[in-house]
Ligand binder design. Sequence first.
Ligand SMILES: *[C@@H]1O[C@H](CO)[C@@H](O)[C@H](O)[C@H]1NC(C)=O
Ligand SMILES: *[C@@H]1O[C@H](CO)[C@@H](O)[C@H](O)[C@H]1NC(C)=O
Length: 314
Amino acid sequence: MVTQRRGNPKVNGASAIEKKIKRGNAQRQASGWKWTAGSLLWCAALAVCVVALGWWYFTLDEDVTETLVSRRELLQQPKVFLVQCSEDYENYKRFPGCTPQSCGRAITDTVVTKEEALTLRQLAERGLSLGGSDGGASILDLHSGALSMGKQFVNIYKYSGDKIKDVFSKEDFELYRDVRSRIQRRIAETFGVDSSHMYLTKPTFFSRINSTEAKTAHDEYWHPHIDKVTYGSFDYTSLLYLSDYGSDFGGGRFIFMDASGNRTVEPRAGRVSFFSSGSENLHRVEKVTWGTRYAITVSFTCDPDHAIDNPTLP
Ligand SMILES: *[C@@H]1O[C@H](CO)[C@@H](O)[C@H](O)[C@H]1NC(C)=O
Ligand SMILES: *[C@@H]1O[C@H](CO)[C@@H](O)[C@H](O)[C@H]1NC(C)=O
């Protein structure tokens, strides 16, 4: 049988043709593989280029001249940047030992611990969960009780009555007061004023910001402003961040808008940024693009007539 087959030219011819076909197929397949491998390489190279370009495009922020402190950095020493005081303070009564003589801005990561910041954030979360602005920028003021609700505000103490004790504890308020006094002392040390001549003023509040579109003017936190102009009583403004830029939320960086460039502070839980409130510190907050940003604004005045008390549970 075998010999017969071998001897059969028809069979031989057929197998020769089969071989040719197989060879052709193999060649085509090989060149196919070559083609696929080549185009894969090209695709990969192209993808790398696209990603790099995209990354470059999205991180390209012509408006930002300098990052004063990035989120990744953990400051062991405060960073202090002194700037010339504006004349805004001349329009108000001066209080020796408190009215800014030395102006500027500073960032410190050693006044409030990350744990304390997270405890305060939980306090903010519990309080703000009772309300919330339609526009994605909500506040909770423990002093006045103001809480964003839809397009307006309610008084959280009246609104939640006795239930408030399930939301905030005595310890929460103690921590808040303690943190506030530490910030006050650090500001006094940095600007060479007397901490006992500084008073807490309003508004001092928790803020929660997400990317939902603004519904009322209260939600438009991103406009450039000068605290001394907006609130005449302010002399020193501080911000305590309760969440992390880049991991809890995107956008939402704090920007000092100087004539020579925009300088940013990237929020980090426990980071305190403070500054003299005059027009030497024109600033804004970038729009939050994703996630939720929590912070506390703690404001100080030199004018005892504008002092407010520490908050207490009703
Ligand atoms: C933002 O917060 C508001 C409440 O203030 C909520 O209604 C809305 O769903 C939130 N948006 C996002 C994108 O999480
Ligand atoms: C700062 O940023 C704003 C927009 O946020 C921009 O209009 C302005 O030109 C920037 N300033 C400088 C000096 O680059």
